[in-house]
Design a protein around this ligand. Structure first.
Ligand code: 13P
Length: 254
């Protein structure tokens, strides 16, 4: 079963209006030039830029995603944004359970699971993030931690059409440090096994598992040619058109 690779940019809390518009336009132009790329593309700007970026991407095969969502449709939740609102703003995806949200906002697996269910109900696809800290890796707990995150944060009705998993070792995010290709493949294969137990083999074989954490043009080929790596969730390097596009090219998207 061939899984179409997903090249996803997580802009995090970056870009003002002008910069975000230029970045989106630049990416759109480059993706158009690729003709019929073999990968899918996704950009996830901050909430403030969603509608502007949607316009800037017009005519290019680049999906729009948000970086978080509440689990309610609407109501008294100051500062939060609902999945229905994201869908209304033109999003197809939402990142959930990023380690920065787990750390900054104390998000639990249970909460992420609830958010994912709400995302599905709104017609959004969830990019559910998992990953171990350095301490957990050093004590040999990587597979255990990631398995528990999958079991807790992935809803029972998840499938390949509504869910993408992103494995992002916390210690590799924004540090320039990465696991070895062998380590990455080991975790991805283990995650797929847990998904098979939870959702059935058919679903697990179709579901995309992205790698994230210091993905750059120089290491994209190594990671994205691994059998169980189905794309990348890119932070820093997604803020530069040339780097984002070079990652896609080096991953064999066109
Ligand atoms: P970097 O690519 O900057 O390491 O960030 C990865 C990430 O957290 C993407 O969600």
């Amino acid at each position: 079963m061939a899984r179409k690779k997903l090249i996803a940019g997580n802009w995090k809390m970056n870009c003002l209006l002008a910069e975000g518009t230029d970045l989106a336009k630049g990416i759109a132009a480059e993706v158009k030039k690729m003709g019929k790329p073999s990968c899918e593309f996704l950009v996830c700007p901050p909430f403030t830029l969603l509608t502007t970026v949607k316009k800037a991407l017009r005519g290019a095969k680049v999906a729009l995603g948000a970086q978080d969502a509440h689990f309610n449709v609407k109501g008294a939740h100051t500062g939060d944004v609902s999945p229905v609102m994201l869908k209304d703003a033109g999003c197809q995806y939402v990142i959930l359970g990023h380690s920065e949200r787990r750390a900054d906002h104390g998000e639990s697996n249970e909460l992420i699971n609830k958010k994912a269910v709400a995302a599905y109900e709104a017609g959004l696809k969830a990019v559910i993030c998992i990953g171990e800290t350095l301490e957990q890796r050093d004590s040999g707990k990587t597979i255990e931690v990631c398995s528990n995150q999958i079991l807790g944060s992935v809803p029972d009705n998840a499938d390949a059409s509504n869910t993408v998993i992103a494995y992002e070792p916390v210690w590799a995010i924004g540090t320039g440090k990465t696991p070895t290709a062998q380590d990455v493949e080991e975790v991805h294969a283990a995650v797929r096994k847990v998904l098979a137990k939870k959702l059935g083999k058919g679903n697990a074989n179709k579901m995309r598992i992205l790698y994230g954490g210091s993905v750059k043009p120089g290491n994209a080929k190594e990671f994205l040619s691994l059998p169980d790596v189905d794309g990348a969730l890119i932070g820093g390097a997604s803020l530069k058109v040339e780097d984002f596009v070079a990652i896609a090219k080096n991953a064999g998207c066109c």
